[in-house]
Design a protein around this ligand. Structure first.
Ligand code: ADP
Ligand code: MG
Length: 275
């Protein structure tokens, strides 16, 4: 199980929309996904039409030491499971900060899930602040995916999160954390500025920037109020198409990386012959 944090300390940039719909689209491609809602606002939980339930969230595992496997719930989508959030999670900031190991706590909680072999990916939706929950997510994750809004201030937030990643690596909490990707969201082709931002991000972050850009659509904004992922709400609309393309690009990058790693491990025929 690879753990992917969807983070950006800015609010309203499309983290939850991306976490939920990427998870849904990956599950539809046959990937076994666990969505973990780490935001006390519980938008990913309600966006999938699920109720908050005291004692049934990630909070119990994080603070009360409950078995995290007990908190896993299935969803309407066959390969998608979720660990819900609850507003009580807001208290975590203080409760975990008082415990010794607040940075490593989520990582410990996710370890039995990682070892269970039940999931291919855990996707973590994180709150919009640099608090204990978000930094804990970065300490637990293998990879970080950063959604940014196609607006001028979108770029400002990016440099901040790049420096936070560096701090998480340097302090030893998670030396292997990879800033895997940047996804541009809420793109409006009529706005000149949006095109400028897309070009700038592609220039500065050529390697990690996703080709897929998520458009601003009315349906993507509406779907959560019906408790549905975009593929359940409007299967063939532009929003669903974009998130499907993102899921495919997400998987294609990984199979590309796996091939490159395999090629590095086994010497090329010419090298092998020379040795
Ligand atoms: N591509 C989009 N098109 C239209 N509305 C969007 C889009 N992405 C997100 N939204 C809406 O914008 C708001 C903020 O998005 P959200 O994913 O909740 O951001 P975050 O989790 O970063 O705070 C929500 O109301 C959401 O429904
Ligand atoms: Mg959110």
């Amino acid at each position: 199980m690879r753990i992917v944090a969807i983070s950006n300390q800015k609010g309203g940039v499309g983290k939850t929309t991306t976490a939920l719909n990427l998870a849904a689209c990956l599950s539809q491609l046959g990937v076994r996904v666990l969505l973990v809602d780490l935001d006390p606002q519980a938008n990913a939980t309600s966006g999938l039409g699920l109720a908050q339930e005291e004692g049934g969230s990630i909070y119990s595992a994080l603070v009360e030491g409950a078995d995290p496997r007990q908190a896993i719930r299935s969803t309407r989508l066959p390969n998608l499971s979720i660990i819900r959030s609850h507003q009580e999670l807001a208290g975590c900031e203080i409760e975990l900060a008082q415990s010794g190991n607040h940075l490593g706590r989520l990582k410990d909680v996710l370890t039995p899930l990682r070892e269970s072999g039940h999931f291919d990916y855990a996707i973590l939706d994180t709150p919009p602040s640099l608090g204990v929950l978000m930094t804990g997510a970065l300490a637990a994750a293998d990879e970080l995916l950063v959604p940014i809004q196609c607006e001028y201030f979108g770029l400002e937030g990016l440099s901040k999160i790049v420096s936070v990643v560096q701090q998480i690596r340097d302090c030893g909490a998670n030396p292997n954390l990879v800033l895997e990707g940047i996804v541009m969201t809420m793109y409006d082709s009529r706005a000149n500025l949006a095109n400028q931002v897309v070009n700038d991000v592609r220039n500065y972050f050529a390697e990690i920037c996703y080709q897929t850009v998520i458009p601003r659509t009315v349906r993507l904004g509406e779907a959560p109020s019906f408790g549905k992922s975009i593929i359940e709400y409007e299967y063939s609309g532009r929003g669903a198409q974009a998130y499907r393309a993102l899921a495919e690009e997400f998987l294609a990058r990984r199979s590309g990386a796996a091939q490159a790693a395999a090629a590095e491990e086994s010497p090329a025929p010419a090298e092998a012959a020379a040795a």
